[in-house]
Design a protein around this ligand. Structure first.
Ligand code: HEC
Length: 96
């Protein structure tokens, strides 16, 4: 029983790590056609922010992405600094 929970845990962690990795590789492939990846990674934002950026890249000549492709990119980019961003927008702890 314990053993099967353990195996399940490894599987779940493995699958989600893999998905993150795939999204990263895909983002890199699409977003390094015109500039390096650093100018992308330097920016921090939520899904709304990255959606806007992708829309603006169409104006620079980015090939039209389908919904699934766009989601992969937005998922990776909005997750990469998630903790930092949440900290920034979180109000100060209440003082008692
Ligand atoms: C067809 C070419 C092209 C593709 C593909 C492309 N970009 Fe860009 N990107 C540009 C150009 C041109 C600039 C403007 C560079 C500048 O002004 O210095 C830019 C600038 C940027 C900037 C910097 C904006 C700023 O003001 O600091 C970000 C962030 C960015 N791109 C993200 C992305 C992301 C994310 C992708 C992948 C979805 C992507 N780009 C794909 C052409 C492209």
């Amino acid at each position: 029983m314990i053993k099967s929970i353990y195996i399940l845990f490894i599987l779940i962690v493995g699958v989600s790590a893999n998905e993150k990795n795939n999204n990263e590789i895909f983002t890199k492939k699409i977003c390094t056609q015109c500039h390096n990846f650093d100018i992308v990674l330097d920016q921090k934002g939520d899904t709304y922010f990255w959606n806007k950026i992708i829309e603006s890249m169409y104006g620079n000549g980015l090939q039209k992405l389908n919904g699934k492709e766009k989601n992969k990119i937005i998922n990776f980019l909005s997750q990469k600094n998630k903790n930092e961003i949440e900290q920034k927008f979180r109000r100060k702890p209440l003082q008692y």
